[in-house]
Design a protein around this ligand. Structure first.
Ligand code: GRF
Length: 203
C-alpha cells in the first residue's frame, strides 16, 4: 500500500509510522510527507528516512478552498491508498474530505467525543478529568467527528500541566496510530456508511 502523511509540526507520530513501516509492522511505504508549514521538524524526519517531502504553505492561498484544491492535486499525484493526518493542524473543506472518504485517518489527542478541536489537554485539566487519552478516527467533514477506530487512555494526575499530560498522551499515540494504519494496510479495517469495521465487525 501507498501512504501519504500530512503534517504541520514536529512529526513524532510520523516517526512512529516510519519506524513501523521499516520494521514491517505496517505493510506499506510512505511515499510522501506533505507539510502546510515550511521548515518543521517532521520534514527533517521524512528526509532522514529517504521519503519525498513537499511543502504547501497555506499562507500562499487567499482562500481555504483554493488551498484544499492544490493539496488534493498534490496528494493525488502520489496515488496513495491511504492519507494519514499526523498533527496536521488545518481544518479541511467538506469537498476535500469527501474525496478521501474511508481512506483518510486522523489522530486526535482526546478520548473522543470529548474535547474536539484544540487545547484538549488544558481543557481536560480545567475539567479535572480523571482519564484522558487519544483517538484514531476516520476523517469526515465534521471536525473530529468521524468513526473512532481505536483509543488509548492515560490517567490524569493532580500535579499535571498541559505539557506533562500531552507527553503522556503522545506515548500512547505512538502505539495506537501505527496499529490502526497496519490494520488498514492489511485490509482488516474498512469504512462503510459512517462506521468503521475491523475484521468485518463494526467498531
Ligand atoms: C499530536 O498530539 C496529535 O494528536 C495532535 O498534534 C500532535 C502532533 O504531534 N493533533 P506530532 O507532530 O506527531 O509530534
Amino acid at each position: 500500500k501507498r501512504i501519504v502523511v500530512l503534517i504541520s509540526g514536529s512529526g513524532s507520530n510520523l516517526q512512529a509510522l516510519i519506524n513501523a513501516c521499516a520494521q514491517g509492522d505496517i505493510q506499506a511505504s510512505i511515499v510522501a510527507v506533505i507539510s502546510n508549514r515550511p521548515r518543521v521538524y517532521g520534514l527533517e524526519r521524512a528526509q532522514a528516512a529517504g521519503i519525498e517531502t513537499q511543502t504547501l504553505d497555506h499562507k500562499n492561498f487567499a482562500e481555504r478552498a483554493a488551498f484544499d484544491q492544490a493539496l488534493k492535486a498534490l496528494i493525488d499525484s502520489f496515488q496513495p491508498d491511504l492519507v494519514v493526518l499526523a498533527g496536521f493542524m488545518r481544518i479541511l473543506t467538506a469537498e476535500f474530505v469527501q474525496a478521501y472518504t474511508g481512506r483518510m485517518l486522523n489522530i486526535h489527542p482526546s478520548l473522543l467525543p470529548a474535547y474536539k478541536g484544540v487545547h484538549t489537554h488544558q481543557r481536560a485539566l480545567d475539567d479535572q478529568a480523571q482519564i484522558h487519552g487519544a483517538s484514531v478516527h476516520f476523517v469526515t467533514a465534521e471536525l473530529d467527528a468521524g468513526a473512532v477506530v481505536l483509543q488509548a487512555e492515560v490517567p490524569v494526575f493532580a500535579e499535571d500541566t498541559a505539557e506533562t499530560l500531552a507527553a503522556r498522551v503522545l506515548v500512547k499515540e505512538h502505539r495506537i496510530y501505527p496499529q490502526v494504519v497496519a490494520w488498514f494496510c492489511a485490509e482488516r479495517l474498512s469504512y462503510q456508511d459512517g462506521a468503521a469495521y475491523l475484521d468485518g465487525q463494526r467498531l
